[in-house]
Write a protein that binds this ligand. Sequence first.
Ligand SMILES: [Mg+2]
Length: 423
Amino acid sequence: VTARSRISRVTVTPVAFADPPLLNVVGVHQPFALRAVLELHTDTGLIGLGETYADETHLARLDAVAAELPGHDPYDLDGLRRLVARMLASGESGRAGASFGGMLDVDSALDTVYSPFEVACLDLQGHEAGRPMSDLLGGRVRDRVAFSGYLFYKWDRHPGQSPDEWGEALGPDQIVTQARRMVDGWGFGSLKLKGGVLPPEEECAAIEALRDAFPGLPLRLDPNGAWTPETSLRVANRLAGVVEYLEDPTPGIAGMAQVSAGTDVPLATNMCVIAFEHLPPAIASDAVQVVLSDHHLWGGLRRSMLLGGITETFGLGLSMHSNSHLGISLAAMVHLAAASPHLTYACDTHYPWKTEDLIEPGGLEFVDGSVTVPTTPGLGVTLDRDRLGELHEQYLSCGVRRREDTVYMQEIQPDFRPNTSRW
Ligand SMILES: [Mg+2]
């Protein structure tokens, strides 16, 4: 009889990596983005990896779960979820009822805390079985996963730093130049512009410039709820036939439903439908036609597969959301997309914007805008311990402890206010 592996040791390592000054509806990216790297060791010598957010509150929750995990069976995912729920409910140091990022309730905290442990357990299962993670999710339905090039309005530098290699992008011509670099460098076959930064007419002009410059490429615009329903309809009329979807033009399910009733342009969201409980009211009011999955937020890979099934059942499209992330998350996103039959759009990724990583190079390359699904066991990526150490040192020294785009923007432009519903 072969002894079943048990988790013997867990480490949670916060890291910081350089991030360019990308603009959005609530401000601007700080000079460093934070992530937490999970390592689950077994008594049989295997290591499972996970990656997630690293805001202070989230880190405290991860540490609390990590302390309880030794002895756990990496195949017992339901038990893992109960363990996470128990830790969140225990209420020590304000864990119960605290929100994550100021917009998620306790149930969502369960999903966000559970997710990286689930990914790491699946990585362990894959290593033990000698099978890639996509096999554990039902098998690959595609060998390559397509991503869209993610365009941002941006400054040419963070204050006090030298210019980055991307340069400034504050108008249509500069956005087209940025897109050219994305398409030439990574081969992306579709493009997304992060909006909510400039008045909608200027952002429409940028989309129209992209349409002229890249006639065959599907385009998306995501202002993160910067517009009223009336403005959203005006934009939808202008960009009908130009964009494949508008993402979160206005906040909330009711507002999105109001826009949806007045246009045939598909509406996508990663803001008003971010948990299973949001699906029934959104579907009942036909508020959105495309849901963006995100395994970090939706409770891991298996629950993201469940989301995919629900979207298929109710005739919704499925795309994938991205926050600034490193290679462990990219690998998990690729395996999830590879195993998702109903994925109907190219996935989002911030990956080209980062200049630092902590996995050994070579496993995840963008060719023609797609990443080939790893076929080696588990996630198929290996931690570079030197880089992990360096990015942890950077976390310790950089001073950033939570994502605060608005606070950082107001240090530079004191009169800045978030653009939510502004136009
Ligand atoms: Mg979005």
